[in-house]
Design a protein around this ligand. Structure first.
Ligand code: FES
Length: 148
């Protein structure tokens, strides 16, 4: 019985829950309110790029991406949880920065075509079949679009 009450209070909207205790609030109960917040969070802009629901557009002329100017250059773009790697003059590859082993995101290094996570020493090839989650990355001029 107590568990049922707890479950109800967790899932009921605040005005309904408060009304059970004699407190009235005038507020609509709607799931749409939450989705609007989520959508707004997913569409935040920042100085280096913009994000929509599942794609990120990056302006490579922004100084934080200077390391991607040369083949072999890479960056842990932690704002978007991605590793970006310049493969050729016309290709940048994008991976999730979440280590497949135990989820570390900020212990990466890159050498000899492999990303290495220092948390436990695992290495992953820089190909899309190398173990890291690979995203679709499209380079047009100095604009990189990554679709997750
Ligand atoms: S979390 Fe990366 S090697 Fe363990």
């Amino acid at each position: 019985m107590i568990n049922k009450r707890r479950k109800f209070l967790k899932t009921a909207c605040a005005p309904v829950a408060f009304s059970m205790f004699g407190i009235s609030l005038i507020e609509a109960c709607s799931k749409e309110d939450n989705s609007t917040i989520t959508n707004n969070l997913n569409n935040q802009n920042n100085s280096s790029g913009s994000t929509s629901d599942n794609s990120v557009t990056i302006d490579l002329e922004n100084s934080m991406f200077t390391s991607l100017n040369n083949v072999g250059g890479w960056i842990n773009y932690s704002t978007e949880n991605m590793l970006l790697l310049r493969i050729t003059s016309t290709e940048i590859r994008a991976f999730s920065n979440v280590c497949p082993h135990q989820g570390s995101q900020n212990s990466w290094s890159y050498n000899n075509s492999k990303f290495r996570c220092a948390s436990h020493g695992r290495s992953f090839e820089d190909s899309c079949s190398g173990g890291l989650t690979c995203y679709t990355a499209t380079l047009q001029g100095s604009t990189l679009t990554v679709t997750r």
